[in-house]
Write a protein that binds this ligand. Structure first.
Ligand SMILES: NC(=O)c1ccc[n+]([C@@H]2O[C@H](COP(=O)([O-])OP(=O)(O)OC[C@H]3O[C@@H](n4cnc5c(N)ncnc54)[C@H](OP(=O)(O)O)[C@@H]3O)[C@@H](O)[C@H]2O)c1
Length: 327
């Protein structure tokens, strides 16, 4: 895609920055953020972007809850991508649970209402969703056609997120929900993995048999580009590599690529205690996410990184050293 106007709601995070890097030089981007001075000036130390890469990006403040001047940016936009959502990397207290849900549902509803009011609304609206919408699966892969959706907290969040998205009436705007698997790139989830390796904890997690669905961030960007360029496509798509692996294989590959020798495994009880200590949930590593991208493969999309070894090799090679300083 070139010369397109792209609006990134919640575009200040890992996936947003990666999209800026991918699309920023040949398109016009607008990032909606709740705190533009923080986003623009105090970029976190793991920011992927250089000053010159954000020169052509417009940062616009919104609160994700109320209409405002930011709505003007929706006019004549080619694509709206909504990535807003509180990180799920926290303890699932009642308060955090409420915020995890509202930080996804409220901006989605607001964007829907604002798109509906626009005189020249975006041609395409892609809303983030998550491959964690499918059940813990150890028996068979889950796809868009036969995947099963059960009832635990994170599944319910994804269900309500997508329901809110599809409930918005935007007849002039094509809609796609992107169920993203764990997205691997320079930043995001790779930072805690590099930290685990540093401290000798890069062994399997739990029994290591749980499936790990992943996607390389470049394929996420390419998939968005591809969906934009196929105007007949709409609805729900899994954004996951066609080759998920078991947790043990993921950790082994990570150690091999990073030339890390022996590493201690983390048993379930260690993970439970550790999760309380560092304020997170074991679900993030123990849930068996076995998700495949049947729909996008059927219509001809080709992954640049279908295999984990190639994906991690590229990431390790191109990740700034400050992210894994012990190596
Ligand atoms: N990374 C993955 O592996 C992955 C996998 C599946 C699904 N997803 C989903 O994809 C989306 C983007 O992921 P990411 O990794 O880029 O996440 P991220 O780095 O945490 O960025 C999410 C952005 O959402 C905004 N946000 C946070 N709390 C908010 C709130 N209460 N109201 C409105 N906006 C809020 C923040 O922007 P401001 O602070 O600037 O407003 C933040 O930069 C998320 O919704 C995530 O759940 C990610």
């Amino acid at each position: 895609m070139t010369n397109a106007k792209i609006i990134l709601a919640g575009g200040s995070g890992f996936i947003g920055e990666s999209l800026i890097k991918y699309f920023g030089t040949t398109n016009k981007l607008v990032v909606l953020s709740r705190n533009i001075s923080k986003t623009k000036n105090n970029r976190n130390k793991f920011s992927l972007l250089t000053k010159s890469e954000i020169e052509n990006v417009i940062y616009c403040e919104w609160d994700g809850k109320n209409a405002g001047d930011w709505c003007n940016h929706l006019e004549h936009a080619d694509i709206l991508i909504n990535l807003s959502g509180k990180s799920v990397n926290c303890r699932y207290t009642d308060r955090n649970k409420k915020e995890i849900l509202s930080s996804r549902v409220d901006p989605t509803k607001l964007l829907g209402e604002s798109v509906a009011k626009a005189k020249h609304p975006p041609k395409l609206w892609i809303n983030a969703s998550s491959a964690t919408i499918y059940r813990h699966a150890t028996d068979k892969p889950q796809d868009e056609f036969t995947g099963e959706i059960k009832n635990d907290f994170s599944v319910q969040v994804c269900k309500k997120w997508e329901e809110t998205f599809y409930n918005q009436s935007t007849p002039a705007t094509r809609k796609i929900a992107l169920r993203m698997a764990i997205t691997l790139g320079s930043g995001g989830i790779m930072i805690p993995y590099f930290n685990l390796l540093k401290f000798g904890l890069g062994g399997k997690q739990g029994n290591g048999k749980q499936m790990y669905s992943w996607v390389h961030i470049e394929d996420t960007c390419r998939m968005i580009d591809w969906l934009y360029n196929h105007p007949q496509l709409e609805g729900t798509f899994n954004c996951a590599s066609p080759n998920p692996v078991q947790n043990i294989e993921f950790m082994n590959t990570l150690r091999k690529i990073s030339h890390t020798g022996f590493a201690l495994p983390a048993t379930e009880w260690m993970l439970k205690a550790g999760a309380i200590l560092i304020g997170t949930e074991t679900e993030l590593v123990l849930k068996s996410r076995w998700v495949v991208p049947t729909k996008i493969l059927e219509i001809g999309f080709q992954f640049r990184y279908p295999l984990l070894t190639d994906a991690l090799t590229e990431i390790f090679k191109n990740t700034p050293k400050k992210m894994y300083s012990l190596f």
